[in-house]
Design a binder for this molecule. Structure first.
Ligand SMILES: NC(=O)c1ccc[n+]([C@@H]2O[C@H](COP(=O)([O-])OP(=O)(O)OC[C@H]3O[C@@H](n4cnc5c(N)ncnc54)[C@H](O)[C@@H]3O)[C@@H](O)[C@H]2O)c1
Ligand SMILES: O[C@H]1[C@H](O)[C@@H](O)[C@H](O)[C@@H](O)[C@H]1O
Length: 298
């Protein structure tokens, strides 16, 4: 069976996903593409399984409305584009943590660095657009919920727009007391660099850098840093769509990040923005209880 797909929003990632569904993934065909300029997006989307790029919504209230509509329909329809859950390195980390090899997790140290961002990127997007990936993947890796967040701002880089607070440091606490520090630096210049290390009672597990050829030249040796998210997470995007298409073709509900995960991430990013805008207050995260409809966390 070929799964026929309509794409809403044919911008940068929309076009990359169309290429993926057309050239990389089998079992799928893009049969409709619409953009705001061509309108009628709702007609394409109504009642069908939906893959929604992150974020699910720009406010928690909108996330709740998506969940209500889905529950009224009676089965899961929405998968959110948190592709890190499909990255081989993060999956290996999850296996190690689940196996108990490093003991109970105590602390996580993370960095999320982009070489540059466009001037349409504003300070709140550090949480909403960028840190949202760590927020999702850490909830999943630790099988734990984030309960508070504090955002502090070191000296700002002079390399980009003066309106932007960059870098930012985010400090999270989970319900089980795990402490997470996350550096987000979206104009770091040198490449796209994602780091994550979880320290447990008996050891630690570190996200591997992507495999790359070693180079020795000009008195240095090392490996290239990925240029952007497309090259760093290309395989993860492919796996994400392969598994999503397989679930639809089998008539099953999607098993990837749900609208519940999208809602929870939005509540947490809202709290991070509140902390940033209040000069670094610790903000308690207020997520509604997980509905049984979404099953147990995976
Ligand atoms: N998972 C990831 O790592 C990742 C990477 C890049 C982008 N994204 C997400 O994908 C989304 C799109 O990002 P992008 O970089 O492609 O942006 P973009 O600005 O390049 O493209 C967005 C497109 O959507 C269209 N559009 C806007 N409103 C619309 C509407 N109501 N109906 C139909 N079309 C509409 C715009 O005209 C534009 O062509 C964002 O939510 C972003 O966070 C995710
Ligand atoms: O939309 C992109 C994308 O989500 C990338 O994975 C992230 O690193 C960027 O910061 C963000 O702007």
């Amino acid at each position: 069976m070929t799964v026929q797909i309509g794409v809403i929003g044919a911008g940068m990632i929309g076009q990359d996903h169309i290429r993926r569904l057309t050239e990389v993934i089998t079992g799928a065909a893009v049969t409709a593409v619409t953009d705001i300029d061509r309108a009628r997006a709702t007609e394409v989307a109504s009642g069908k399984p939906v893959f929604c790029e992150k974020p699910l919504a720009t406010t928690a209230e909108d996330g709740l409305r998506v969940m209500e509509a889905e529950r009224a329909h009676g089965r899961r329809l929405v998968q959110v584009g948190f592709m890190r859950r499909f990255d081989a390195g993060y999956r290996q980390m999850k296996d190690v943590l689940t196996s108990g090899a490093v003991g109970t997790p105590l602390m996580v140290h993370c960095a999320h660095r982009n070489p540059t961002v466009p001037d349409s990127y504003v300070s709140a997007m550090t949480a909403q657009d960028t840190a949202v990936h760590e927020i999702d993947v850490l909830r999943w890796l630790l099988d734990d919920e984030i309960s508070s967040v504090q955002v502090i701002t070191p000296r700002a880089t002079g390399k980009r727009f003066s309106h932007l607070k960059d870098p930012q440091i985010m400090l999270f606490e989970t319900a089980n007391g795990v402490r997470i520090d996350l550096e987000v630096f979206v104009n770091c210049q040198y490449g796209y660099d994602i780091q994550c290390e979880t320290v447990g009672e008996d050891g630690l597990v570190r996200l591997p850098d992507p495999a790359a050829v070693g180079i020795r030249a000009a008195g240095l040796h090392g490996t290239a840093v990925p240029r952007d998210w497309k090259s760093r997470f290309g395989d993860a995007f492919d796996t994400e769509f392969r598994e999503w298409i397989a679930s639809i073709a089998a008539g099953a509900e999607p098993t990837g990040p749900s609208s519940w995960d999208g809602y929870a991430a939005t509540v947490i990013t809202d709290a991070a923005v509140q902390s940033l805008e209040s000069g670094g207050r610790i903000i308690t995260v207020d997520i509604k209880p997980r509905p049984a409809f979404y099953g147990a966390a995976s």
